[in-house]
Design a protein around this ligand. Structure first.
Ligand code: NAP
Length: 247
């Protein structure tokens, strides 16, 4: 897919992986619209490049999402790349039986259901474009769950499954590519409470995303994810093809 000349929405683009990807896309001649809940974070992030603008939006709020979709259509004339990146996680949910249902609901709503909602609402705009893409940021834990972030892992597995089926469904359009970004542990606010010496930088993830999109790699792996996938999941494409013989 071509990199300059796109209009790109990045949810959760005010920090971390989304922000680094926004800066790289903006510097490569694209218009980037970032969203998030925290206004001051968005304002500061948009100052990084004149090609970055922001719209405040909580992806779990249906009214705010409707307003976002209208603004994209009315003020930007649509978009051709949607990057579903907003996400959150709670540590050790099994140790917190009092709150585990509340936690799992918030994670599922933010990391999975909001992606289904926003994607579905933006598909009519994406379908109007000659070339379009949906980039979903899942995680290495979508392949193999982590006990420490159990309910988060389940939400990312749901997102990964949805992304696989969306790719197969939209392949018939011939114009909308669907990418799945599967980062390992990355050095952002999100992972600040997870001790590790081997966190990848958010810039390295952003670079892998741009390269993956440029080279049309359906699943975008980086760092540990690549090794993990090669060792344990090299047959996943075959398994999916067996499950879906007509696609
Ligand atoms: N860091 C890692 O180790 C790692 C590994 C694999 C996958 N990921 C995934 O990468 C994505 C980006 O995370 P990150 O590591 O870059 O962490 P981050 O800096 O905390 O970014 C997460 C972003 O999501 C936004 N967000 C959260 N809930 C939202 C909501 N309801 N509506 C709108 N925006 C919301 C936050 O902005 P506001 O607070 O302003 O809303 C924030 O900008 C997430 O999907 C995460 O699951 C991260």
């Amino acid at each position: 897919m071509k990199i300059p000349g796109n209009t790109i929405l990045i949810t959760g683009g005010g920090s971390g992986i989304g922000f680094e990807t926004a800066k790289l896309f903006a510097r490569s001649g694209n218009t980037v619209i970032i969203t998030g809940r925290n206004l001051s974070k968005l304002q500061k992030a948009s100052e990084a490049s004149e090609n970055i603008v922001f719209i405040q939006c909580d992806v779990t709020d249906e009214v705010q999402v409707k307003n976002l979709v209208s603004k994209l259509e009315d003020e930007f004339g649509g978009l051709n790349i949607l990057m579903n990146n907003a996400g959150l996680a709670y540590m050790n949910p099994h140790n917190n039986p009092k709150d585990i249902y509340k936690i799992a609901t918030e994670e599922m709503s933010t990391n999975y259901l909001s992606v289904v909602n926003l994607t579905t609402q933006l598909l009519p705009l994406l379908e109007k474009q000659n070339e379009a893409a949906i980039i979903n940021v899942s995680s290495i834990v979508a392949m193999s769950p982590s006990v420490g972030i159990a309910t988060y892992s389940a939400s990312k597995a749901a997102l990964h499954a949805y992304t696989q089926t969306l790719r197969a469904h939209l392949a018939k359009t011939g114009t909308i590519k669907v990418f799945d970004v599967m980062p390992p542990l990355v050095d952002t606010d999100f992972a600040k409470d997870i001790p590790s010496e081997s966190k990848l930088s958010p810039l390295a993830v952003a670079e892998a995303i741009i390269n993956g999109v440029k080279n049309n790699n359906d699943e975008i792996h980086m760092g540990l994810t690549e090794i993990f996938h090669q060792n344990f999941f090299s047959q996943s494409a075959t398994a999916f093809a067996t499950m879906n013989p007509s696609n």
